[in-house]
Design a protein around this ligand. Structure first.
Ligand SMILES: [Fe+2]
Ligand SMILES: [Fe+2]
Length: 232
């Protein structure tokens, strides 16, 4: 499969997975009695992610993809972390992981939109970029609410040993000396060169995600991407 089709097929699958994970988390938030404003916003994230999955598939079809439904990976449609833990703790993990992912997604979609020249790709990237900004705000505000409900010490005791794991994909990313560089036509479909992509994700973790954990008292101010990597 060519790079453009593969990228948007995978993105469609990722968006659907996000819908499923946030839907599961939303039920936990209802059980925990989180306030109505955040509950409604959680359901909006679910519907946004379903729409993202749909428009990414449309872009995949626009790029010549096969019309059959996109196969999903059932294992990745539910939260797999800390399966036996009580719901109030699993909700912290789900909120924090969402906060990490939405923060990074915002950076990536900003770059995708910069590169996109194809009109369908531009439209898809514009919609997703706008929504991910609201999702990022939601995720960090939800984490704040869980801190308010459970106390910062309890949340820190749960979160601190897990932060490196939540960021593992970005911390472990290794780039080769010769990463593929895409021609303008491929970039025009909203793709980003691999080196640029991973460098920007790592920078987002250092400059945005780690400071947000630190400001909330969940991570010491001496922590960096490098020190967290040593914990993995
Ligand atoms: Fe999304
Ligand atoms: Fe999102």
């Amino acid at each position: 499969m060519n790079r453009v089709r593969l990228a948007w097929l995978r993105q469609s699958r990722t968006e659907y997975m996000a819908a499923s994970l946030v839907a599961e988390m939303t039920h936990w938030l209802v059980v925990l009695g989180v306030g109505p404003d955040l509950l409604v916003r959680a359901t909006r994230v679910v519907s946004d992610e379903v729409r993202h999955a749909t428009i990414c598939r449309e872009l995949y079809l626009h790029a010549g993809g096969a019309p059959e439904p996109i196969a999903l990976e059932p294992k990745r449609l539910s939260h797999a972390d800390d399966l036996g833990a009580p719901v109030h703790l699993r909700a912290i993990t789900a909120a924090a992981e969402l906060a990490c992912e939405e923060s990074v997604a915002l950076t990536v979609f900003r770059m995708r939109l910069e590169n996109a020249t194809d009109p369908v790709a531009r439209e898809v990237c514009t919609v997703i970029l706008r929504d991910e900004a609201t999702h990022r705000a939601f995720a960090w505000e939800l984490l704040d609410e869980l801190i308010r409900m459970q106390g910062v010490d309890a949340v820190r005791a749960w979160a601190r040993p897990r932060i490196a794991f939540w960021l593992r994909i970005y911390l472990r990313a290794k780039l080769g000396e010769h990463e593929p560089v895409y021609p303008p036509k491929v970039l025009g479909y909203g793709l980003v060169d691999r080196r640029q992509h991973w460098t920007a994700m790592r920078a987002t973790v250092e400059d945005d995600v780690i400071p947000r954990f630190q400001e909330r008292g969940l991570l010491e101010f001496t922590a960096t991407g490098a020190t967290l990597l040593q914990e993995l």
